[in-house]
Design a protein around this ligand. Structure first.
Ligand SMILES: NC(=O)c1ccc[n+]([C@@H]2O[C@H](COP(=O)([O-])OP(=O)(O)OC[C@H]3O[C@@H](n4cnc5c(N)ncnc54)[C@H](O)[C@@H]3O)[C@@H](O)[C@H]2O)c1
Length: 255
């Protein structure tokens, strides 16, 4: 307890799944949490539960980020953590994907993360004790092994991996105590999988079998890594890729 005391943390996609679990864990560790999402009802409920603030923020929409920055500055006067966690899937292969869907997924999963890093750095540079903070970008095991049935998702998650490193090295070389790391969950039991499971309930065993542990991750298990990255315990960790996948990427495929 108390690992995030006095820290102000913005969590995108905080209304559901991993983001909601992070809102609970961050709060339990002493952070003041801003739950940002496009799902207002769910987001407000999570914010009320943790005693935090809800912010309506479409991560793909730059004016929303400007508004968020000014609200955070006015309300808290500082920002210590941005958990760039909002994300969507589209379930379209290279043969199926239409340009509007492609652009929507790129906008949320990649441009949204870039805008979150940019906004975070601007606010963190103005922190009272000097530039400091932690940027955490949710990628996926899909950054390493492509999902052929979701070309846009795979492309964005892979790009988030290198976006994260570019941000991390830039900040370190500029002398800012602002770290940036990517977090790579394996199959995790959250609502993002619901449409796929509704269409094909037998996929549940495939999701479980992806990990040598034989089960999916729980949102709380991913949030636990986010707590570490948000805390000062990870003060020498930047530009890193943190897999939380029950060993999924550790074994040789198919053996
Ligand atoms: N669940 C998994 O198996 C899994 C695996 C690897 C990576 N991830 C990643 O984890 C992150 C969280 O997903 P989750 O599994 O908790 O799913 P989820 O669907 O429960 O949560 C995603 C949240 O993002 C929000 N969101 C979507 N578009 C947004 C936008 N434009 N602006 C702001 N918020 C928006 C949604 O409203 C939702 O609350 C995503 O980036 C996802 O790609 C999930």
């Amino acid at each position: 307890m108390g690992r995030l005391t006095n820290k102000v943390a913005l969590i995108t996609g905080g209304a559901s799944g991993i983001g909601a679990a992070a809102a609970r864990r961050f709060t339990a560790e002493g952070a003041r949490v801003i739950v940002a999402d496009v799902q207002a009802d769910l987001g407000q409920a999570v914010a009320a539960e943790v005693g935090g603030v809800f912010l309506h923020l479409d991560v793909a929409h730059e004016p929303d980020w400007r508004k968020a920055a000014s609200e955070i500055h006015d309300r808290h006067g500082r920002l210590d953590v941005v958990f760039n966690n909002a994300g969507v899937v589209c379930g379209q292969s290279i043969e199926d994907v239409d340009l509007a869907t492609w652009n929507r997924v790129i906008g949320i999963n990649l441009t949204g993360v870039m805008l979150g890093c940019q906004t975070g750095i601007r606010l963190m540079k103005a922190n009272p004790g000097g530039p400091s903070g932690s940027l955490i970008n949710t990628a996926s095991t899909a950054a390493y092994g492509a999902l052929p049935g979701d070309v846009a998702y795979s492309s964005t998650k892979s790009a988030v991996r290198l976006l994260t490193k570019a941000v991390a090295v830039h900040c370190a070389r500029a002398g800012y105590a602002i770290r940036c790391n990517s977090l790579h969950p394996g199959a995790t039991d959250t609502p993002i999988l619901a449409p796929a499971l509704q269409a094909a309930p037998q996929l549940i065993s495939a999701f479980n079998a992806m990990s040598p542990m034989g089960r999916m991750g729980r949102p709380e298990e991913i949030a636990a890594m986010a707590v570490f990255l948000a805390s000062d315990e990870s003060s020498y960790v930047t530009g890193a890729e943190m897999l939380v996948d029950g060993g999924m990427m550790a074994g040789h495929p198919g053996i």
